[in-house]
Design a protein around this ligand. Structure first.
Ligand SMILES: NC(=O)c1ccc[n+]([C@@H]2O[C@H](COP(=O)([O-])OP(=O)(O)OC[C@H]3O[C@@H](n4cnc5c(N)ncnc54)[C@H](OP(=O)(O)O)[C@@H]3O)[C@@H](O)[C@H]2O)c1
Length: 268
């Protein structure tokens, strides 16, 4: 059994969980997952967590980033394919090559995302378009390409939103709007695909100590903006987001559909 220890933390703050190296429950054993944006940050952690839970994993991004070391440790059930979520053909290829290699697809995580910060009057139309192309169109293309495969397996989709979908801070308009669109799209997909046996949920992290969250944590001005609003009083670990994602795509969440799960340490 996994024992859970807690670090000390100030009263009223939630503590970071640490676990002993006990075996991870194999809740994704025999399932194949595709993770877009799987080369870095949260996506790389998701791939690692899914592999630890027994899944076969296809990581996809435009470049392999720092994921190759992870894949080398799991050669038989992990691979990387280059794909650009802004390009529907690239995603069709990703899904068909994954299905061919691993014999089908059970889980698709539309995780790839970018941000461009800046006040509305300073944000260029190109930056706005780039965020929408990657975050919104990218999720749409990913879901469409995944659909026939998940229909065959009765699998599940997970989009990746953000706490910014329902909160406002200066300079985050394009990113926040894109994430709100993802949440609305997720709910519509859940309604549409339920008759085909596919669940669609969204993971909504707050500020994590990986990927774009690291930049927030390193910036004094941004820390002053966010930290007082977090009940946990700290950034989330990648593992805390991964644990929630593993649950949402696993059979344990068979009765969870159309849900946006916030993992943000109680961001107010
Ligand atoms: N980290 C956080 O604190 C946090 C909090 C809330 C939500 N999120 C969400 O979590 C997701 C991952 O964020 P992150 O922090 O891990 O970001 P990250 O470290 O910048 O990683 C982004 C990943 O997406 C890929 N990507 C970007 N554009 C792409 C494209 N056009 N096609 C395919 N892949 C593309 C990148 O690889 P290439 O550039 O090589 O393509 C990379 O693998 C995003 O949706 C983000 O909004 C993160």
């Amino acid at each position: 059994m996994t024992s859970i220890a807690h670090q000390t933390a100030p009263p009223g703050r939630t503590m970071e969980r640490t676990t002993d190296p006990a075996p991870v429950p194999q809740v994704l054993q025999g399932l194949t997952a595709v993770v877009t944006g799987g080369s870095a940050g949260l996506g790389r952690h998701l791939a690692k967590g899914f592999l630890a839970a027994g899944a076969r994993v296809m990581c996809a991004a435009r470049g392999a980033g720092d994921v190759m070391d992870l894949l080398a440790d799991h050669e038989d059930r992990a691979a990387f394919l280059s794909a650009d979520v802004r390009d529907p053909d690239s995603l069709q290829r990703l899904m068909s090559e994954t299905a061919e290699r691993f014999g089908g697809i059970d889980i698709v995580v539309a995780n790839a995302g970018i941000t461009r910060n800046g006040g509305v009057s300073r944000l260029s139309p190109q930056d706005w378009r780039e965020v929408m192309n990657t975050n919104v169109d990218g999720v749409f293309h990913t879901v469409r390409a995944a659909l026939p495969h998940l229909e065959r397996s009765g699998g599940s989709m997970l989009t990746v939103s953000s706490a910014m979908a329902s909160r406002a801070v200066p300079g985050a308009s394009a990113y926040a709007a894109s994430k709100a669109a993802i949440e609305a799209f997720t709910r519509c997909c859940a309604v549409e695909f339920a008759p085909r046996g596919i669940r669609v949920n969204s993971l909504s992290p707050g500020i994590l100590n990986t990927g774009m969250g690291e930049i927030v944590g390193a910036d004094e001005r941004l820390r002053a903006l966010y930290w007082p609003r977090m009940l946990a009083g700290r950034a989330g670990t990648a593992q805390e987001a991964v644990d929630a994602a593993v649950f949402l795509v696993s059979p344990a969440a068979s009765y969870v559909n159309g849900h946006v799960l916030e993992v943000n340490g109680g961001l107010m």
